[in-house]
Design a protein around this ligand. Structure first.
Ligand code: PEP
Length: 254
């Protein structure tokens, strides 16, 4: 399918896969998707598997992403990982502000914007997640919530940095629930977010920025979602844990 922006499809493995399992999965994914040129393919394993996964995908069409990072560069921050440490494994992308981190680690938009700035300073490309709760949608507050998250998470980014940022619209009620936003719901939210980027930065950047959809994406719904004009890829959780389901999403999106 002909798209205005190159699709970017990323697999977020979350807290799954030992190093051995990660090597098996990424080896298989690499073989299965070796001929794909139309999509930027990203895998985001847990930190512990970054080093080995990085070796497997060297010289391939698959890029490496991390699932989080610290806003700090180094120092007394027990348990944290800095952008510079991710760079050692040739990480190119980093997911920031995933709803699970907003929910369980209480990450705020302000913290996410600091992480985004730290990522850019290390030449990592952030994938910044936003999305409303079911209660927000049901009370008619989806746009209000998205606007707060987009404004807050992108605060302080320069135009150049924004161009190197990917956004992911992930309605929280669709993550890991098997319940997907309809293509029309996704398109409406993506168009709203793109309009906001236009207001906050400029129209050229808004036209260039890629916005992924995330929330129970599968091979069977990928084509319809990706055919929406403002949907530029997917952030995939559960279906990225097996080669077949991840590859189906990518092949059905082309
Ligand atoms: C996610 O966690 O980003 C996600 C979209 O998960 P799932 O595909 O499992 O809904």
């Amino acid at each position: 399918m002909q798209k205005e922006r190159k699709l970017i499809i990323a697999g977020n493995w979350k807290m799954n896969k030992t190093v051995a399992e990660a090597i098996d999965l990424v080896t298989d994914v690499k073989l299965s998707l070796a001929s794909v040129k139309e999509v930027d393919i990203v895998v985001c394993p847990p930190y512990t598997a970054l080093g080995e996964v990085s070796k497997v995908i060297l010289h391939s069409n698959i890029r490496l992403g991390a699932q989080n990072m610290s806003e700090q560069n180094s120092g007394a921050y027990t348990g944290e990982i800095a952008a510079g440490m991710l760079k050692e494994f040739s990480v190119r992308y980093v997911i920031l502000g995933h709803s699970e981190r907003r929910q369980y680690q209480k990450e705020s938009d302000e913290l996410i914007s600091k992480k985004a700035l730290a990522a850019h300073l290390a030449s990592l490309k952030p994938i910044i997640c936003v999305g409303e709760l079911l209660a927000d949608r049901e009370s008619g507050n989806t746009e209000k919530v998205l606007e707060t998250q987009v404004r807050g998470s992108l605060a302080g980014l320069s135009k150049e940095q924004m161009e190197e940022t990917t956004l992911a619209y992930e309605p929280v009620w669709a993550i890991g629930t098997g319940r997907t936003a309809s293509a029309a719901q996704a398109q409406e939210a993506h168009a709203f977010i793109r309009g906001l980027v236009g207001k906050l930065f400029d129209e050229t950047i808004a036209r260039r920025v890629r916005i992924q959809y995330g929330g129970s994406v599968k091979g069977s719904n990928a084509r319809e979602l990706m055919s929406q004009p403002d949907v530029d890829g997917a952030l995939v959780g559960g279906a990225s844990l097996e080669t077949r389901s991840f590859a189906d999403i990518i092949k059905n999106s082309i």
